[in-house]
Structure formats: structure tokens, C-alpha cells
Design a protein. Structure first.
Length: 92
């Protein structure tokens, strides 16, 4: 029987996936969100983020920028935090 995936492994995978989206803008938005909030996450928040990572970058960014209507499966407190965009730190 395979070992159960630990929370630490899930967080490491989520961080990697958040920071390796394919465009710099998506990396800053999604990876930056992870960096800012992951330390306070419980199981539900981590599961939400893992689900979000399966969505298309253009959709995630449009939802965060409020240019596209939120589908019910992503709406909630985590997306409310993402839509603040106060966590995006663009290096110079």
C-alpha cells in the first residue's frame, strides 16, 4: 500500500504549481497568493487551492481581476482574498 501523501508534500507541490504556470503574470498572481497565505491554511483551504490549480490561468486571472464572473465552485473566502491582489510583489 503506497504511503499517504503528507500535507508538507501537498504544499510543496502546490507551491511549485503556483509558481510555474507558464506566464510571469500568472506566476506572480497565483504563486504570490500561495506565498502570502499558505501558512494559515487548513485542509479546506489547501484543497481549494489544489482545485484552483487545475483551472486555466486566463480564468483564474480574470476572476481575481473581477473581469469574469466567478463560477460557484471557486467562489468563497479564498477567492475573496485572491481578488484583493494585495499579495502581488513584482520584483524589479
Amino acid at each position: 500500500m503506497p504511503d499517504e501523501i503528507t500535507t508538507e508534500t501537498r504544499l510543496a507541490r502546490a507551491r511549485f504549481r503556483g509558481w510555474h504556470r507558464g506566464t510571469r503574470e500568472a506566476d506572480y498572481m497565483i504563486g504570490g497568493f500561495f506565498d502570502r497565505y499558505h501558512l494559515s491554511w487548513g485542509e479546506a483551504e489547501l484543497a481549494w487551492f489544489e482545485m484552483l490549480l487545475d483551472e486555466e490561468d486566463v480564468d483564474i486571472m480574470a476572476w481575481a481581476l473581477k473581469t469574469q464572473e466567478l463560477p460557484p465552485h471557486v467562489a468563497g473566502p479564498q477567492m475573496d482574498l485572491m481578488m484583493r491582489l494585495d499579495y502581488v510583489d513584482i520584483p524589479r
